[in-house]
Design a protein. Structure first.
Length: 404
């Protein structure tokens, strides 16, 4: 089996981790930064609440679908040129969205913006995996995740500040400018990291995709990783209604409470970066997700007992997020290492599972008349599914090792 480290491409070892983090978090930053602006945009465009929520749903779906495309294409044509095309799409659609005359146009442009932004999410992970062996890849992915979550963590605060001072349209000028900056840095600083001599025909990539989909190990880590991490998007979608409608807090506080959640992810990622070289990766993923399950159960108990309060929402979600921050790089490393010949495809398929789970959890959380109960049930169910998926993946991997 060919090593995943591009020994015949030394320049690939110098791909700056901070730049990979910057292009990776751009995709999700555009989602979180717009949440506080939804009411103002709805009033300005004369749109319903449902229509504005659709701008979020299609963005998540765009992040999911786009990752299926960028993975195989970057395996075939190379990481750098495909990434640059995605960044152009991200920058141009962001600028266009700033002038959207109605909500229908904005919905379409948000979908296209997501299709451009997700290029960095797929290719950033693939570039890390291209340039590192297993444990080092896990450490680098944890460090990158640590930097990445800073963006979504402060995004609601930035979104609130910008919307309040200069209006919601300024957010899209800001995102477009970020796309331009990323393109310039990629052009000048980022080398091609796909190993030389590994160009694969698209038909072969389709077969490799099929092998990944038939692999219990990959599917376990992919589904488990999605449930362990992006299930919290369901809570993010419900949080304005939980804090303002059910707990009577003012709108501007929502961004602060969400920021606390992302601090949990940041601390979890920092912990993972320290532990991933000392603790078996499988054990780390399972243990971290168990912490998230316990936190989700605590949140559910608070809802069912009628003692829901801001601390009893924020504290469990902080612990859930910390568990997700630890589990994310561990699950990601294992998933994209199943077949080193198709790292880009595995990264894309893993990202699709993450965003697909996030979109599903967001949609399910919107059902029912009690947002807190819906969010708590979704988090508990996702945590249990993740735990079972990780166990299946570990057993499958051990079986494969024993048979080889």
């Amino acid at each position: 089996m060919t090593s995943s480290v591009p020994d015949n491409n030394p320049s690939a070892r110098h791909a700056p981790l901070w730049l990979l983090a910057l292009i990776t978090f751009s995709g999700t930053l555009a989602m979180h930064i717009f949440v506080p602006a939804l009411p103002d945009a709805a009033r300005d465009l004369g749109a319903s609440v449902g229509a504005m929520q659709l701008t979020m749903s299609v963005y998540i779906l765009g992040l999911a679908a786009g990752q299926l495309v960028y993975g195989p294409i970057s395996d075939h044509f190379g990481r750098r040129p495909v990434l640059m095309v995605g960044l152009v799409i991200y920058a141009c659609t962001g600028l266009w969205a700033a002038f959207a005359p109605n909500v229908n146009t904005l919905i379409v442009l948000r979908l296209l913006q997501a299709l451009g932004g997700c290029s960095g999410m797929v290719i950033g992970r693939a570039m890390v995996r291209d340039t590192a062996v297993d444990k080092d890849a896990g450490r680098r992915l944890a460090l990158m995740n640590l930097m990445v979550v800073i963006g979504p963590g402060i995004a609601p605060l930035i979104g609130s500040a910008v919307t309040t001072t200069v209006g919601w349209r300024a957010l899209f000028f800001l995102l477009s400018g970020l796309g331009v900056v990323n393109f310039a840095f990629t052009w000048t600083l980022l080398p091609e990291t796909r190993p030389r001599g590994r160009t694969t025909h698209l038909l072969a990539l389709a077969r490799d995709y099929g092998r990944l989909l038939k692999s219990p190990t990959f599917l376990g880590y992919a589904l488990g990783g999605g449930c362990a991490t992006t299930a919290m998007y369901g809570f993010v979608a419900a949080s304005p209604f939980i804090f303002t409608h059910q707990l009577g807090r003012p709108d501007y506080e929502v961004g602060m409470y969400l920021a606390v959640q992302f601090v949990g992810i940041w601390l979890g990622s920092m912990t993972a970066a320290r532990l991933i070289s000392r603790v078996p990766i499988d054990r780390l993923a399972i243990g971290a997700n168990f912490l998230s399950v316990v936190a989700a159960v605590g949140f559910l108990v608070a809802v069912l007992s009628g003692h829901l309060s801001v601390p009893l929402v924020v504290a469990p979600m902080f612990l859930f997020a910390a568990g997700a921050g630890i589990a994310s790089p561990a699950a990601m490393t294992q998933a994209i290492s199943v077949n080193p010949k198709v790292v880009g495809s595995a990264s894309g398929l893993y990202g699709f599972s993450q965003m697909g789970v996030g979109a599903a959890c967001s949609a399910i959380t919107g059902l029912g008349s009690n947002p807190a109960l819906s969010a708590a049930l979704v988090l508990v169910a996702a945590g249990v599914i993740a735990q079972a998926s990780f166990w299946i993946a570990v057993r499958s991997k051990r079986r494969a090792i024993a048979e080889s």
